[in-house]
Design a protein around this ligand. Structure first.
Ligand code: 0O2
Ligand code: 0O2
Length: 219
C-alpha cells in the first residue's frame, strides 16, 4: 500500500474544506453578522492511527475507503449549542457535499461524557486523474465541548484508552460542568438580548413621544 498516494485526495479534501468553512465565517463577518462558526481545524488521520483502527475493527485495505470515514477530519467550533443547528443547516444546503450520516452525541452523549455532533459527508475531490469521492467526518461542537474533549483525549493517551473507575467518574462530572457552562452562557446571551430589545423599544417610544427623530443610531 502506497500511503502517500492513498492519502493525497484526503489531504486535498481537508485543505479545501478548511478554506470553505473558514470562508463561511469570513462572509458572515464581512456582512457584520454573527458567525455561527467560531473557528475550524482539520487533520488527516496519521497512518499509524489508520493501521491501529484497521486492526481494531478488522477493516481490510480494499475496504478502507468505504469503512473508515474519518480519514479526513474537520472540526467546527461554535460559541453556543444553538449554533450547531445553524451550522447543520448551512451544511445541508451545500451543493458541493452530501451528508451521508449524522450522529448526535450532544443529545445522546457517549458514556465517557463526550459531546459533539458528527456528520459524515461524501465529498468529490477533483484530481488530474478525474474525480474521486471520499468520506470526511465533520465534528461540530461548542468551545466548552471542545475544551473537555481535547483534555480528555490527551489524558487518554496516558492510560491507553482505559481510565480507572474513579477517574472515569470525575471526567463524567467535568463533562456535566462543561455542559452547564454552555447552558449558563446561553442564558446570559438571552438575557442580554432581551435587555437590549427592551432598551431599544423604550428609546423608540421616547423618541416617538417627543417627535424627536434625530436619534437614529439604532436604525
Ligand atoms: P487564525 O484565525 O488567524 O488564528 P492552517 O490550515 O495551516 O491555517 P493548521 O496549521 O492546519 O492551520 O492548524 P489547524 O490545527 O487546522 O487549525 C488551527 C486554527 O484553529 C488556527 O487558526 C488557530 O488559531 C485556530 N484555533 C485553534 N484553537 C483555537 C481556540 O481555542 N480558539 C480560537 N479562536 N482559535 C483556535 P489560523 O488558521 O491560524 O487562523
Ligand atoms: P482522532 O483522530 O484521534 O480524534 P469510534 O470512536 O471509532 O468508536 P466511529 O463510529 O468511528 O466510532 O466514530 P464516532 O464515534 O462518530 O467518532 C469517533 C471520533 O469522535 C473519535 O475519533 C474522536 O475524535 C471523537 N470521540 C469519540 N468519543 C470520544 C471520547 O470519549 N472522547 C474524546 N475526546 N473524543 C471522542 P478517534 O478515532 O479517536 O480519532
Amino acid at each position: 500500500m502506497d500511503w502517500e498516494v492513498f492519502l493525497d485526495p484526503y489531504i486535498q479534501a481537508v485543505g479545501e474544506l478548511k478554506i470553505k468553512f473558514r470562508g463561511i465565517r469570513k462572509q458572515f463577518l464581512k456582512q457584520n453578522r454573527y458567525s455561527p462558526i467560531e473557528f475550524v481545524t482539520g487533520r488527516v488521520k496519521p497512518v499509524e492511527s489508520i493501521k491501529e483502527k484497521m486492526a481494531l475493527r478488522g477493516i481490510k485495505e480494499e475496504n478502507l475507503i468505504q469503512d473508515m470515514q474519518d480519514i479526513a477530519g474537520l472540526r467546527i467550533m461554535v460559541q453556543f449549542v444553538d449554533d450547531v443547528n445553524e451550522v447543520l443547516e448551512l451544511l445541508r444546503h451545500r451543493q458541493d457535499m452530501k451528508i451521508v450520516y449524522e450522529r448526535d452525541y450532544i443529545s445522546n452523549l457517549k458514556s465517557s461524557g463526550y459531546r459533539s455532533y458528527h456528520v459524515v459527508i461524501e465529498y468529490p475531490v477533483d484530481t488530474i486523474n478525474g474525480q474521486q469521492l471520499i468520506f470526511a467526518e465533520i465534528q461540530i461542537r461548542t468551545l466548552a465541548m471542545n475544551f473537555w474533549a481535547t483534555i480528555e483525549h490527551s489524558l487518554n493517551y496516558k492510560y491507553h484508552g482505559e481510565f480507572p473507575e474513579d477517574i472515569k467518574k470525575r471526567l463524567e462530572i467535568t463533562s456535566k460542568i462543561a455542559f452547564q457552562l454552555d447552558e449558563e452562557m446561553r442564558q446570559i446571551r438571552d438575557d442580554i438580548t432581551e435587555a437590549q430589545l427592551f432598551y431599544e423599544s423604550e428609546k423608540r417610544k421616547r423618541n416617538n413621544g417627543t417627535g424627536n427623530s434625530d436619534d437614529t443610531d439604532d436604525f
